[in-house]
Design a binder for this molecule. Structure first.
Ligand SMILES: Cc1ncc(COP(=O)(O)O)c(C=O)c1O
Length: 488
């Protein structure tokens, strides 16, 4: 018999749902005797091949987990795998794998092989197989699976070892993702984009009894903001499609964070970067992109991000062959990065308990992609779009849509609700986040958290058990000059 807790079982299901259409798998950890296997932990190990057809366990991750659990007095007792929706269940391939997983010469001798069919996600079906003799079909026996009540894990302490990004890393793109090359454990800087923590804002919400507020720590991406994700996806997609070839210069208009991300990734991948920024962009941002070796062109401060968009267009049209222009406002690879990364991560980190997702609007990529994923896995999740309440606001990175060029990727209808943030409220909350939570982030995060708490207060008054998730877009040290001018 294979026994596991309802929590671990749910994690496997969520991992499978989030992994679609890619196959997923992971390790079962615990204790086993001849008869029974007791699972105490599950560890996600995504396929190292990003293909829907081939499947390979990441051997390096396996070894790391094996060493770690042995130190803690447990062992790897099997693997789990979710079953693609369309195949019969168990399929001949499943049975073949069960021999292989159990074979003496394989890396999983005598382990249980738990497969969970997700043909009907509302009614998943678990079955486990074990090799009891030689490596012959008749030696594979099905063992009963028992799912027991387990302690309910606190959202904030939930940790998954699953790799959340489905976008390709440069190593994967260039076919250099072999285990041999990674045995030293090294990664490239672009491999660190995504998989950001989810932080509960406990101090700011002590007055709430039912609703909880979480911030996705996007400021912990390697170039310091949420924009690392779309920038990487747009550039990799450009390389993949043949539009971004060696020798071309990456050109785009940016209020700063996307520019910093392009500059970091351009440096890492070996491309020149030229950025058009509004003249009022913070000196820190200009200094950072310069450090990464990018060139900046300033457009009029008075014309804001729209002025930068028009200027970048003009430069591109004067020499189109010289540049690769990702055009973050109209490029579907921008929201796609969030559909593939941010959305699944939030779903996984909240164990599917997110009830409200709220994001501020710049290009709208974060809101579009994340919401599309969340609505797909649970249409009841409420989506809230937040923009500044007037055209002359002071929240860098955000757009007042009514008076701006509407991004091509923006669909206002995806949001169930539109809310408007006041600049002073955003500034106050930015300061409170640093002082009360120890989270030093930018003003758009202030706007997002201020509004998220307002939403949570409204739900709390109705005694609703809500889990409100928002985005902490970028790091506060990007605004030090502005903060000094404000005499803070
Ligand atoms: C600080 C900051 N906050 C929020 C956003 C909005 O993100 P998005 O472009 O995905 O709407 C941006 C975008 O540039 C930003 O720089």
């Amino acid at each position: 018999m294979l026994q596991l807790s309802i929590n671990d079982y749910q994690r496997i299901i969520e991992h499978g749902l989030y992994g679609k259409p890619l196959e997923i798998c992971g390790l079962l950890v615990g204790h086993k005797s001849n008869e029974d296997t007791q699972v105490l932990e599950v560890h996600a190990v995504d396929s190292k091949d990003l293909s829907e057809k081939t499947y390979n366990m990441d051997a390096l991750k396996y070894m790391k987990i094996d060493a770690d659990v042995q130190k803690r007095g447990m062992q790897i007792v099997g693997i789990y795998h979710t079953h693609p929706a369309t195949e019969p269940y168990p399929s001949p391939t499943d049975m073949e794998r069960a021999h292989w997983e159990g074979s003496d010469d394989a890396i999983f001798p005598g382990y249980s092989y738990l497969i969970v069919s997700l043909r009907d996600p509302q009614n998943p079906e678990p079955r486990s197989f074990k090799l009891v003799g030689k490596r012959r079909p008749e030696d594979v026996i099905e063992e009963p699976v028992r799912i027991v009540e387990g302690e309910i894990c606190n959202l904030a302490c939930y940790e998954s070892s699953g790799s959340a990004l489905s976008i390709m890393t440069p190593n994967q793109l260039h076919g250099r993702d072999g285990v041999d090359e990674r045995l030293d454990g090294s990664v490239s800087i672009t491999d660190l984009v995504g998989n950001t923590p989810l932080i509960e804002l406990k101090k700011l919400t002590t007055h709430l009894k039912h609703a909880r507020v979480f911030g996705k720590a996007e400021y912990m991406n390697p170039a310091g903001s949420v924009k690392d994700r779309p920038a990487l996806n747009m550039l990799l997609k450009g390389i993949e499609s043949g539009e971004l070839t060696p020798g071309k210069t990456i050109l785009d208009s940016t209020s700063g964070n996307t520019g910093i991300a392009y500059a970091m990734i351009g440096a890492a991948l070996g491309y020149k970067v030229k950025l058009v920024m509004p003249g009022n962009v913070s000196p820190e941002r200009r200094a950072i992109v310069k450090m990464y070796g990018a060139e900046t062109v300033l457009s009029s401060a008075f014309d804001g991000s729209d002025g930068a968009i028009l200027k970048a267009r003009e430069i591109y049209e004067s020499e189109p062959d010289k540049y690769f222009k990702p055009d973050q406002y109209n490029n579907e690879s921008n929201p796609e990065a969030h559909y593939l990364g941010t959305g699944p991560e939030i779903w996984r980190q909240t164990e599917g308990r997110v009830t409200h997702f709220l994001a501020t609007l710049g290009t709208s990529g974060t809101l579009m992609g994340t919401s599309r994923f969340l609505k797909e896995v649970n249409p009841d999740i409420q989506i809230i779009a937040v923009e500044p309440d007037n055209a002359m606001h002071g929240i860098e990175g955000l757009k007042h849509m009514a008076t701006s060029i509407k991004p091509g990727i923006y669909d206002p209808d995806i949001a169930d609700e539109h809310l408007y943030a006041d600049t002073d409220d955003a500034y106050n909350m930015q300061a409170r986040l640093a002082e009360e939570e120890g989270i030093f982030v930018g003003f758009s995060a202030g706007a997002a958290v201020h509004t998220a708490i307002q939403v949570a207060e409204r739900l709390d008054a109705l005694e609703q058990e809500a889990v409100v998730v928002t985005i902490l877009c970028d790091r506060g040290d990007r605004y030090l000059t502005q903060l000094a001018q404000m005499n803070l």
